[in-house]
Design a protein around this ligand. Structure first.
Ligand SMILES: Nc1ncnc2c1ncn2[C@@H]1O[C@H](COP(=O)(O)OP(=O)(O)O)[C@@H](O)[C@H]1O
Ligand SMILES: [Mg+2]
Length: 370
């Protein structure tokens, strides 16, 4: 049953709702537009994109840039990703494929193409920045010639902004994206302020290249329906209402944690009672103790004070007298620490104006240790 609450990408029957986001992303791809998709880690960006590609049969691939440490690693990752899509969109017959590759090669003689049976590998021999746009432009050319459209997802894209050569890489990507007719680009990332700088700062090459879309947590109503459907499928009955509310309350609608908790609950022979939900969550968070303590121990004292105070109450007025008193900090001290916590994605300001700890396991852990 754990396939219904996966730890990794959620698709198909494991995928809950996101109707609006799904239609927004697919409309964007259908009209050959590009998109920046932003949400904190583990909110469901990769699952959303994968689901949209799957249900619309859009050819596409995701290039994960989380671990890239240099420009040549970026080029290598892009070459691999482009090769994957080219393999997907190439005509089935070898002769037709060869013809297309040759015509691309004539258009761009610096491109070396190896045809190993039906597998195609692309690599560029230009200088590093040039080869990035060369590879991306070649992909567009091949897509145009095969009369296909495809999607290139650049995940954890903020990592590019952290590299020494970021301007050159960003400029190379802009060059290709602006000329693209058949490839839609989705730039995905979890560091809001870094991505915002990359796409909204006038001095950066990717300034105003495409629209920014944020995704939030899935609504309570959607999760209630989804979890009841899963309960019916497992135990032939809906969840007890208190237990259902408790799952959503403890995990704060955070997809990763809903899945982590429900994976445990759905192993049982009977549908959980509220006490069992609490027990299971408590055990789960205790198991997470090591990394949570590690994360907290890296914070400065002032940031920890703000975090501990926020764990017991979310607030609209962090610089108000009551919050500052509880945190034992001045208003300016709170402001500074809070800004740093927001920048590092530990604290979030919700749409309703409340500041709260982003990770429900961390806030539960703090509450239970104080
Ligand atoms: N729409 C969804 N329905 C159900 N589970 C989801 C959904 N989106 C994400 N998840 C779950 O949440 C966790 C994080 O999802 P993922 O797509 O990897 O997030 P991100 O790419 O933002 O880090 C995974 O356990 C995944 O199965
Ligand atoms: Mg992801």
């Amino acid at each position: 049953m754990s396939k219904y609450f996966p730890q990794g990408i959620a698709n198909d029957e494991a995928f809950c709702n996101r109707e609006n986001e799904r239609s927004a992303v697919s409309a964007c791809i259908e009209s050959h537009e590009h998109l920046v998709l932003i949400a904190p880690r583990r909110y469901g960006k990769s699952s959303l994109i994968s689901q949209v590609l799957k249900e619309n049969h859009f050819p596409g691939t995701c290039i994960d840039l989380f671990f890239v440490l240099s420009q040549s690693e970026v080029t290598k990752s892009i070459a691999e990703g482009v090769s994957r899509i080219v393999n997907e969109i190439m005509p089935a017959t070898k002769a037709a494929g060869k013809k297309i590759l040759q015509s691309v090669a004539t258009l761009n003689p610096k491109l070396t193409i190896n045809l190993l049976g039906q597998r195609i590998e692309l690599s560029a021999k230009q200088s590093e920045e040039k080869s990035i746009s060369e590879l991306l432009l070649a992909l567009d050319e091949i897509a145009r010639k095969t009369k296909k459209t495809c999607v290139l997802v650049l995940d954890e894209f903020q990592q590019i902004g952290e590299l020494k050569e970021n301007h050159a890489i960003e400029a190379a990507i802009r060059h290709a994206v602006e000329r693209s007719t058949n490839v839609s680009y989705i730039f995905c990332g979890s560091k809001h302020h870094l991505l915002n700088e990359m796409f909204s700062d006038k001095s950066r090459p990717l300034y105003h290249l495409c629209d920014l879309m944020m995704i939030n947590r899935i609504s309570t109503v959607s999760y209630q329906n989804f979890l009841n459907k899963m309960a019916k499928s497992k135990w032939k009955q809906h969840l007890n209402e208190d237990a259902l509310s408790e799952i959503i309350y403890l995990t704060e609608n955070h997809s990763y944690y809903i899945n982590a908790l429900c994976r445990r609950l759905w192993r049982e022979k009977h549908a959980p009672l509220i006490s069992e939900v609490r027990k299971s969550w408590n055990e789960y968070v205790i198991q997470q103790g090591a990394w949570i303590i590690d994360e907290l121990s890296r914070l400065t004292l002032n940031r920890r004070k703000v975090l501990v105070t926020l764990a017991s109450e979310k607030t609209k007025e962090p610089q108000g007298e009551s919050f500052c008193k509880k945190a034992r900090l001045s208003a300016s001290g709170v402001k500074r620490a809070l800004n740093d916590l927001i920048k590092s994605d530990m604290v979030l300001k919700s749409q309703d104006g409340y500041y709260h700890i982003l990770d429900p396991a961390i806030s539960y852990f703090i509450r239970n240790s104080h």
